[in-house]
Design a binder for this molecule. Structure first.
Ligand SMILES: NC(=O)c1ccc[n+]([C@@H]2O[C@H](COP(=O)([O-])OP(=O)(O)OC[C@H]3O[C@@H](n4cnc5c(N)ncnc54)[C@H](O)[C@@H]3O)[C@@H](O)[C@H]2O)c1
Length: 247
């Protein structure tokens, strides 16, 4: 997979899965814009890519703020001249049982995980349409397919993201812009290290392969969907979950 002519934006790539996606895209030759709400972590990842002879800049942006997302697209164009790949990865959790969930917890998760992806897609897709090539990859979750007690807001946002992916795929297919979702299962990151031992054991019990995935497992799937080789795949949800959800 040669991505050396491609320019990618990865949201939430200051750490975790997003960081690994950015590093993997850069290893395949892409120029990568590291975007995160956290300026320090974004700069660190961009510097890491540059130190390995890759091309990268950091842009601090909150995906929920339309003007910041517009600036992200503008800075990408002025640095690299085009936008070919968008990975909507920024996401948060505010877990609690539905009976106890506040409206603020609901709104924050829906706004970051779902509206953020909508705003980023809208800001970059016009560039993809003009050049008649684009890849939009949304990081969903298996929780968006099967639900999860304690994650009503997160599961609803991720299910919504799958609907957004399929609609984006239909609206822009005629312009050779594909849209796909990657649905990770239980991946070893900061997000999952916060879970109780009981919750971790419960997840592991449901995974036929018997162990958690790594951020690199998710990144490999993203690189494939971003490549020329995946040109005939659109509107698809690719589970990276050790067999946890089979449909
Ligand atoms: N870890 C898992 O097991 C798992 C499983 C399924 C899906 N996912 C999804 O993968 C994605 C990455 O998860 P992770 O585990 O790496 O999480 P993480 O918390 O380690 O990293 C998330 C990154 O997003 C950034 N971010 C948060 N809000 C933002 C905003 N408003 N604007 C811009 N950046 C923002 C954070 O600063 C952070 O760098 C998320 O969408 C998550 O829902 C994770």
């Amino acid at each position: 997979m040669n991505l050396s002519t491609r320019v990618a934006i990865v949201t939430g790539s200051g750490q975790g899965i997003g960081r690994e996606i950015a590093l993997a895209l850069a290893e395949h030759g892409a120029s990568v814009v590291i975007s995160d709400i956290n300026a320090t972590s974004a700069s660190t990842v961009a510097a890491e890519i540059v130190a390995n002879n890759g091309k990268s800049i950091a842009v601090t942006a909150n995906v929920t703020a339309q003007e910041e997302v517009a600036r992200l697209a503008e800075q990408t164009i002025s640095a690299f001249g085009q936008i070919d790949i968008l990975v909507n990865n920024a996401g948060i959790t505010r877990d609690t049982l539905l009976m106890r969930m506040s409206g603020a917890d609901w709104d924050q998760v829906l706004t970051t995980n779902l509206k953020g992806a909508f705003l980023c897609t809208q800001a970059v897709v016009r560039h993809m349409i003009k050049q008649r090539w684009g890849r939009i990859i949304n990081i969903a979750s298996v929780v968006g397919l099967i639900g999860n007690a304690g994650q009503a807001n997160y599961a609803a946002a991720k299910a919504g993201l799958i609907g957004l992916t399929k609609t984006t795929a239909r609206e822009f297919a005629a312009r050779e812009v594909t849209a796909n979702a990657v649905a990770p299962g239980f991946i070893d990151t900061e997000m999952t290290r916060k879970l109780s031992d009981n919750a971790k054991q419960e997840f592991l019990r449901q995974i036929p392969l018997g162990y958690p995935g790594t951020s690199r497992d998710v990144a490999n799937a993203v690189c494939f969907l971003a490549s020329e080789e995946a040109r005939y795949i659109t509107g698809h949800v690719l589970n990276v979950d050790g067999g946890m959800v089979m449909s």
